[in-house]
Design a protein. Structure first.
Length: 138
């Protein structure tokens, strides 16, 4: 059992790396240029110039090849820096930290509700095994 657990834990970093690579790739397939979006948010109603967009792309590191961008993000994430949000221009780690407690409370509430329904239903099903209440239709 311990060997199985050790093998599963050994594959975890590869799994996380694969998931992050797929997520990163999908985000880069999304329409729109983050640099242009940021500039439009800063100056609503104005179209940013091509030079301003290129300068912003340089500031964000979006002018690098995708593998370089991904490597920079992975090494930053390993150091605890998840980068800046393109939408709010705030650190992503701070936004995640703010939302952790409400998410945990919502998860705990949903689990408690599920257990309140599932445990009695399981007890009734076990107690009345083979009856009309628990037998499959058909």
């Amino acid at each position: 059992m311990m060997a199985y657990l050790a093998r599963r834990l050994a594959t975890l970093p590869l799994l996380l790396l694969g998931i992050s690579a797929v997520s990163f790739g999908l985000l880069n397939l999304a329409p729109g240029d983050p640099a242009e979006i940021i500039l439009r948010q800063r100056n609503p109603g104005q179209l940013p110039s091509a030079a301003a967009v290129e300068a912003m792309r340089g500031q964000l590191g979006l002018d690098s090849p995708l593998p370089a961008q991904y490597a920079r993000w992975v090494f930053g994430a390993l150091a605890g820096d998840l980068g800046q949000s393109y939408g709010t221009e705030q650190p992503v780690a701070a936004q995640l930290a703010r939302r952790t407690v409400p998410t945990a409370l919502l998860t705990a509430g949903a689990l408690a509700l599920a257990l309140l329904v599932a445990v009695p239903a399981g007890i009734v099903s076990a107690h009345r095994r083979g009856s009309l209440l628990t037998s499959p239709p058909g």
